[in-house]
Write a protein that binds this ligand. Structure first.
Ligand code: HDD
Length: 706
């Protein structure tokens, strides 16, 4: 078994002996050959089944025990392996962690993305926080960065976590609604616990609807400590920034996807890795010297606060690439066990009370979920660093420890395993807790410095583009519109009024609540551009899915030229027609159909293209599915391309306010609708540009009946 992390495949080599392929003959768990697994053993063909049928008993017993408890939160997830490289050695001044300081190392990782509230079988595209948990299998042991795609949290103290989770989960009397925060108990909790307001702004924003796990940020949330080899500490916040930028789905779209393809994000992760379009993220650090702890107008220990990037830049330090799907969902993605307390030398905790409570919860929950204390031995959880200690026995012990002495100190095993160093003080390679001086009275009390719940919620609101604000207002109206208890709606509007008066008025208007009077805490007017998704990178169409709608008589040259350009740019092009199989193009060529239109929907694509061909356009125009496909794509702000006669399908869909290319014009691009009648070399590049822009929110979308 490998015991160093010289390169990213060390973990894979470690997993190899555990992989079981299906080749060979069927056996029982005892290795006994089986020649019939379809008929139980009975006395006579129509007689009673015999107890001695060990194969029947074993098969059914195993089946009966196949389920383990799902995670109490983050039950639904998808995972992948990859590797992490730090760019250079410059962090050595801050941390002794070698995976953060040695650029020659490729550190294997396993990442699990998740939703929080829904159960294991719930849909991917619900409005929720996404978990972004990374296990680094470093040479110095496992480091778990158990983060989310939002940089703040609902509560400040872990003791409130059971209350919060009970409020957001389906209501206890009828277990409704599944994977949704739009119900009375959650908003009751919110209105009584104003520390939630900043996070609720994030949850009502598009951040809660990621287009893809590869298009969302990750955050360690808490302030941690980096500790140098000399013992000097620096506060740190961890950020993951996706290379593809941070992009989201439309709310109407997410609800439809939840029915059309509940596995949307999970499938995207799987498919893009299989296609070699590996998700990539840059690790960025915000570093704050210890002496600056009190320089901010918020408390670094308060997990409901960010450090604005304009105040402390997020410094890029390394790259994470996810390049391998697991072989077995249960063995790897379900059994992976993250724990905030898994840190390596050079990374340490702070007194954030949310963080401190988490340190207890993660190990505790694995004991019930994975059935005993030996879950670190499961292949996905095992460090690549060697493990030697005196922990013994318990359910599912799979190591065979040799020797007589399972205690320290001993002479009978030659004193082994020996302590790092001489036991007289800190030793190289061993974890040394940062020697923070602590002095205080035992007290159950929140610090005064944790009391401002609105300023950063206002900062977030002020930083949003107009379309982001409109989405937030619509989300509050949707969620509160589902709340049956009117005083709860009013209570939330009252809090929003402390965030921003205009926000509160807009929400109140949509939910039948009296418009509030201006609050006595006027908007401070500050903003942080780094918070807006409007400022995310928009250069790439990598992994974007483009639907080409076609019928008999289509112009196959239009398909070929656009498909070539799109595929070369990393997009995935699929030809959809009324039926599977092939269609005949206008020039007699045969065009392969990727999928029948009835098996998919526009919500599963990022863009749609209608090639030319009079007969094809005529057919599509009279096909309600095709017309709806185009109208719906328009409504969701997606790039739409059409060539020649294909433009008629757009006209039939009645896209409001769109200007199409005329005869004799070249390519025309109008808020993401790209058209040409005659030849035009720039058609494909402009379509690509429109798709890379992600969505075109500036259209008259509401008028479209889709
Ligand atoms: Fe947690 C799972 C992230 C607060 C208790 N949490 C879990 C996972 C993620 C997070 C990503 C899924 C890990 C996986 O994929 O297996 N949790 C967070 C973040 C938090 C946070 C970013 C705040 C900053 N969590 C939090 C608190 C508590 C927990 C305050 C308890 C006091 N979390 C758990 C847990 C879970 C968990 C019950 C459920 C399954 C598991 O741990 O393995 O222990």
């Amino acid at each position: 078994m490998a015991n160093s992390a010289e390169n990213g495949s060390d973990k894979q080599r470690q997993l190899d002996p555990h992989r079981v392929d299906p080749e060979g003959k069927l056996t029982t768990d005892q290795g006994i050959g089986v020649d019939d697994t379809d008929n139980s053993l009975r006395a006579g063909e129509r007689g009673p089944t015999l107890m001695e049928d060990f194969h029947l008993r074993e098969k059914i017993t195993h089946f009966d025990h196949e389920r383990i408890p799902e995670r109490v939160v983050h039950a639904r997830g998808a995972g992948a392996y990859g590797h992490f490289h730090v760019y250079d050695g410059s962090l050595a001044e801050y941390t002794a962690a070698d995976f953060l300081t040695d650029p020659s190392l490729s550190t294997p990782v396993f990442v699990r993305f998740s939703t929080v509230a829904g159960s294991r079988g719930s849909a991917d595209t619900v409005r929720d926080v996404r978990g972004f948990a990374t296990k680094f299998y470093t040479r110095q042991g496992n480091f778990d960065l158990v983060g989310n795609n939002m940089p703040v949290f609902f509560i400040q103290d872990a003791i409130k976590f059971p209350d919060f989770v009970h409020a957001v989960k389906p209501e206890p009397h009828n277990e409704i609604p599944q994977a949704a925060s739009a119900h009375d108990t959650l908003w009751d909790f919110v209105q009584l616990q104003p520390e939630t307001i900043h996070m609720m702004m994030w949850l009502m924003s598009d951040r809660a609807l990621p287009r893809s796990f590869a298009m969302m940020q990750g955050f360690g949330v808490h302030t941690f400590r980096l500790v140098s080899a000399e013992g000097r500490a620096t506060f740190v916040k961890f950020h993951w920034k996706p290379t593809l930028g941070t992009h989201s789905l439309d709310w109407d779209e997410t609800q439809k996807i939840a029915g059309k393809d509940p596995d949307f994000n999970r499938r995207d992760l799987w498919d893009t890795i299989e296609a070699g379009h590996y998700p990539e993220y840059e690790l960025c650090l915000q570093l704050v010297p210890e002496e600056d702890e009190h320089r901010f107008d918020f408390d670094l220990l308060d997990a409901t606060k960010i450090i604005p990037e304009e105040q402390v830049p997020a410094r890029p330090v390394g790259r994470l690439v996810l390049d391998r799907n697991p072989d077995n969902f249960f063995a790897e993605t379900e059994q992976v066990a993250f724990h905030l307390g898994n840190v390596v030398p050079g990374i340490d905790f702070t007194n954030d009370p949310l963080l401190q409570g988490r340190l207890f919860s993660y190990l505790d929950t694995q004991l019930i979920r994975l059935g005993g204390p030996n879950f670190p031995q499961l292949p996905v959880n095992r460090p690549v660093a060697p493990v030697r200690n005196h922990q013994r026995d318990g359910y599912h012990q799979s190591d065979i420890h040799t020797g007589r002495a399972a205690y320290h100190k001993n002479t009978l095993s030659g004193g082994c395993p020996a302590l790092a160093g001489d036991g007289a003080g800190p030793a190289p390679g061993a974890f040394t807790h940062y020697q923070e001086r602590v002095d205080g009275n035992k007290i159950r009390k929140r610090s005064e410095s944790f009391q401002d719940h609105y300023s950063q919620a206002t900062l977030f609101w002020n930083s949003m583009a107009d379309w982001e604000k409109a989405h937030i207002v619509a989300a509050f109206r949707f969620e509160l519109g589902k709340v049956e208890t009117v005083p709860i709606r009013e209570g939330v509007v009252d809090h929003l009024n402390h965030v921003d008066h205009d926000l509160a008025l807009r929400v109140a208007e949509g939910i039948g609540v009296e418009p509030p009077k201006p609050s006595n805490t006027p908007n401070h007017g500050r903003s942080s551009p780094a918070l807006s998704q409007a400022n995310a990178p928009r250069e790439s169409v990598r992994t974007r899915k483009v639907a080409v709608l076609a019928a008999e008589g289509v112009d196959s040259a239009d398909i070929a030229s656009a498909a070539d350009a799109l595929t070369n740019a990393g997009a995935v092009v699929e030809v959809l027609a009324a039926k599977d199989g092939t269609i005949q193009a206008g020039n007699g060529a045969s065009v392969e159909v990727t999928r029948a239109m009835s098996t998919v929907a526009s919500v599963l694509y990022d863009a749609v293209l209608i090639p030319g061909g009079a007969e094809s356009a005529r057919t599509l125009k009279s096909d309600g599915l095709a017309v709806h496909f185009v109208a719906e794509a328009f409504k969701h702000g997606k790039a739409i391309g059409a060539v020649g006669d294909g433009i008629e399908v757009l006209e039939r869909a009645g896209l409001p306010g769109v200007a199409y290319a005329g005869n004799g014009d070249g390519t025309r691009s109008d808020r993401g609708v790209v058209t040409r009648r005659g030849p035009a070399d720039d058609f494909a590049p402009r379509l690509i540009e429109a798709i890379a822009a992600h969505r075109h929110w500036d259209r008259d979308r509401d008028a479209v009946p889709a």
